[in-house]
Design a binder for this molecule. Structure first.
Ligand code: ATP
Ligand code: MG
Length: 180
């Protein structure tokens, strides 16, 4: 599975509809300070269901919506769609493309879609459980994460190892079954 496209509108500095295409397995994003490189990583995390504004470098969740500049007015909503290619997840045909979208308006209302069909946040996190991708997963290694890992308590380390080994999704399903 690989991320092949990110479509952003009204998210942080990306006020106009922008499509970033990642045609190969290795892509570098370069640019001057403040041009929006980290905003792209925030975008991926946000669509995967990140619910902490702090982890997106803001104070409130609505801080991700473009809040205006010298020449542009703030906008009402942020929309991001991630397109994954070569997805091999049991409920989809082999090598399918999957589009995952999140929309947030200024009233704080978030809505999620998988392939254009409205879904819950949980449906998105479930879809990627065990793949290494998620709002806090090891697929995104941010500044300071390596030192946090070195200093992590055994229980915290275990969570990451279980996700990497593909056990996390079975534990999550067992927990759900036990709660029913
Ligand atoms: P560096 O090289 O310093 O890490 P960067 O390319 O990672 O920089 P980002 O942190 O992605 O830069 O982008 C910061 C820019 O995004 C700032 O100019 C900031 O004003 C802008 N920005 C963040 N949130 C919003 C928002 N809600 N509305 C408008 N602009 C925003
Ligand atoms: Mg940065």
């Amino acid at each position: 599975m690989r991320l092949s496209k990110i479509k952003l509108t009204g998210f942080k500095s990306f006020v106009d509809a922008t499509t970033l295409s990642f045609p190969s397995h290795r892509v570098g994003i370069v640019g001057p300070n403040g041009c929006g490189k980290s905003n792209i990583i925030d975008a991926v995390r946000w669509v995967m269901g990140e619910s902490s504004a702090k982890h997106l470098r803001g104070a409130a969740m609505t801080d991700v919506i473009f809040n205006g500049s010298h020449t542009r007015k703030p906008v009402e909503q942020a929309i991001i769609e991630l397109v994954f290619a070569e997805v091999n997840i049991p409920q989809y045909p082999p090598n399918a493309d999957i589009a995952v979208k999140r929309q947030l308006s200024r009233d704080g209302q978030s809505v999620y879609f998988i392939n254009g069909v409205r879904c819950r946040r949980k449906d998105i996190t479930d879809l990627f459980l065990g793949t290494g991708l998620g709002p806090r997963s090891y697929a995104i290694i941010e500044q300071g994460m390596i030192s946090r890992l070195i200093e992590a308590k055994p229980e915290e380390l275990r969570i990451l190892l279980e996700e990497a080994a593909g056990i996390a999704k079975y534990k999550e399903r067992r927990k759900e079954t036990e709660q029913r």
